[in-house]
Write a new protein. Structure first.
Length: 574
């Protein structure tokens, strides 16, 4: 969708409602973004005249030097998102979790959108629920409580009871939100790309850089079938390491679920948001959580699949002192290669080997130009060295993340989204431990598993597997190589065994060298003419211009012409 917009293949194919585009442009213009909206945008709306804001963004920044650019942009975007509805509010909420890309002042403005969700009543959603079920509610549920127990920009959550007697959670997607999100994100992508063309500041914020990223993430959240699949997949992974069966996952009722409706088991337990009550109910809670956290880390390091939003509201203490997990819409995935890099990076940190850390990180990081490695190693050492070896209680992981991201931004390096999700998940878990008063040293636990993972990475089975894949790649290459050599020799003979050397991308540099040589040549020639004329001057004093020998005047005239030509040549080239 977004790629179609960016490649310019018919905007009408992606922006499904011109009136929505008009509405969005008007709202953005009203809140100060009119100075960034180009004619490429307004020309798509017939008879449209772009309204002007009463106070521009740049003028506000000039009037009040105390407020920074990120805060001003964030505040005005917040007003736009609030006015434009659920999909834009969701976009703002996603932006609020991207400290890796934005300054804290911008993040703070976006965070205020987390409570700006439009409520919907049960009566407004009843038709949508029955449409998803394909039958009346009373044919499936003996009761559904009319008051929602949870509300988000994508879905509304109700408590109900099946005909068979089980208590369930019913999560229903907001009506029309899928089409609205697809339309709004296509428009938002187009607007972001156009606005960045006229503003260095907006380009630095990198809004268009993450529209694709967040758009794909939101598409997954819109499909509740994916959330159900995530729950089952994560449960299978965790069960491999959870020998005591201490972590419980809700049962998914697939026969009643769809892409817009999710029916799953209701946990009769206490959410960890009530941390005092949770601690009172379970005396050995710290021990249980430490064991469960170790299980999560093993699953992450060995399988690369993890819960990316494991905050207190998504964790329950059940009546049998087991831990229940919910909300599997946002999950993180790390490939095997990325896990190897991650292990190598943590191992480098443990051993204070910042050079290896930088090299491993650059294998997975995103950047346009190769940074100054020595400078980057120095900055990373300065940023991380004070914190290595401290306990969890001694370390503010949010501050560590902030310093690290500031260092990366300085070198114009960005974390891949999955990696940032990892660090945020660790910080969320650490924050949960602090809220409960438990000293969970996540990174020490990680260190324990890393040595085991490294050993397993070099076992016989792993090496055989790697060798087989390498042999397969080599075999494919060896089969293709003779054909390519044959084609190359045929083409070479067709050209009389002559090579054509094509240089591209150096034209401007060669032109500058050419112009410089011309300038130098004219100057040297002019100097020679002037010197020759001077040598031919008579020894007797010359009292007037008419006494100059004609040959001297000619040489000097040629010298002057050469100097003038050199100046003209330089002016043309610039």
């Amino acid at each position: 969708m977004v790629d179609i917009v960016r490649t310019g293949i018919g905007l009408s194919k992606t922006i499904r409602n011109v009136s929505r585009l008009r509405e969005i442009v008007i709202v953005f213009a009203k809140h100060g973004f009119d100075e960034f909206i180009t004619k490429n945008v307004t020309s798509l709306i017939p008879g449209f005249v772009l309204p002007k804001s009463t106070r521009g963004i740049r003028s506000e920044l000039e009037e009040n030097q105390i407020r920074d650019w990120n805060q001003i942009i964030g505040r005005r975007l917040k007003f736009c998102f609030e006015e434009l509805g659920p999909s834009f509010i969701k976009f703002g909420q996603l932006l609020s979790s991207r400290e890796d890309l934005f300054e804290q002042s911008f993040i703070d403005e976006m965070k205020s959108l987390r409570d700006k969700v439009k409520p919907l009543t049960f009566d407004e959603l009843k038709d949508e629920m029955e449409k998803s079920l394909g039958k009346k509610l009373d044919e499936v549920f003996s009761e559904v409580e009319p008051g929602p127990i949870g509300m988000a920009s994508i879905g509304i959550v109700f408590k109900g009871k099946l005909k068979s007697g089980e208590s369930v959670v019913i999560k229903v997607r907001r009506p029309g939100i899928k089409k609205l999100v697809e339309t709004d994100f296509s428009i938002l992508s187009f607007l972001a790309s156009q606005m960045e063309k006229v503003s260095e500041e907006l380009r630095f914020l990198g809004i268009s850089r993450i529209v694709d990223d967040l758009g794909s993430s939101l598409v997954n959240e819109l499909n509740f079938n994916i959330e159900a699949l995530n729950c089952e997949r994560f449960e299978k992974i965790i069960q491999k390491y959870d020998k005591k069966k201490s972590i419980v996952f809700p049962k998914i009722y697939k026969e009643f679920s769809s892409s817009s409706l999710l029916v799953m088991e209701y946990f009769e337990g206490t959410p960890f948001t009530n941390n005092i009550e949770v601690k009172e109910k379970c005396e050995n809670l710290a021990e249980i959580l430490a064991e469960d956290l170790q299980i999560f880390l093993k699953a992450f390091l060995k399988d690369g699949f993890f819960h990316a939003d494991l905050h207190a509201g998504n964790i329950f203490l059940l009546d049998d002192n087991k831990i229940g997990l919910i909300d599997f819409g946002l999950m993180g995935t790390l490939s095997r290669r990325s896990r190897v890099n991650f292990v190598a990076i943590v191992y480098a940190i443990i051993n204070f080997n910042y050079e290896n850390l930088v090299y491993e990180f650059l294998d997975v990081a995103e950047y346009d130009t190769i940074p100054d490695i020595d400078h980057l190693v120095h900055d990373v050492r300065v940023a991380l060295n004070p914190y290595v070896g401290l306990t969890a209680q001694q370390t503010d992981f949010s501050e560590v993340l902030k310093i690290t991201l500031t260092t990366l931004r300085k070198h114009e390096i960005y974390l891949p989204r999955d990696w940032y999700t990892i660090f945020r998940s660790f910080i969320t878990l650490d924050g949960l431990g602090r809220a409960l008063g438990f000293d969970f040293d996540v990174f020490s636990m990680l260190e324990e598993d890393i040595y085991q993972v490294m050993q397993e990475s070099f076992n016989k089975e792993e090496l055989i597997e790697e060798g087989l894949w390498t042999a397969r790649d080599f075999l494919t290459f060896s089969r293709a190589l003779p054909r390519h050599i044959k084609w190359y020799l045929k083409d070479w003979s067709r050209n009389g065994y002559a090579h054509k050397l094509i240089l591209s991308g150096h034209e401007s540099h060669l032109n500058n060298i050419n112009q410089s040589l011309k300038f130098l040549g004219f100057i040297i020639l002019g100097s020679v003419f002037i010197a020759c004329g001077t040598i031919l001057l008579p020894e007797a004093p010359i009292l007037s211009f008419s006494e100059l020998p004609p040959v001297v005047i000619i040489f000097w005239l040629f010298g002057l012409i050469s100097i003038v030509l050199s100046v003209i040549n330089i002016r043309k080239s610039s």
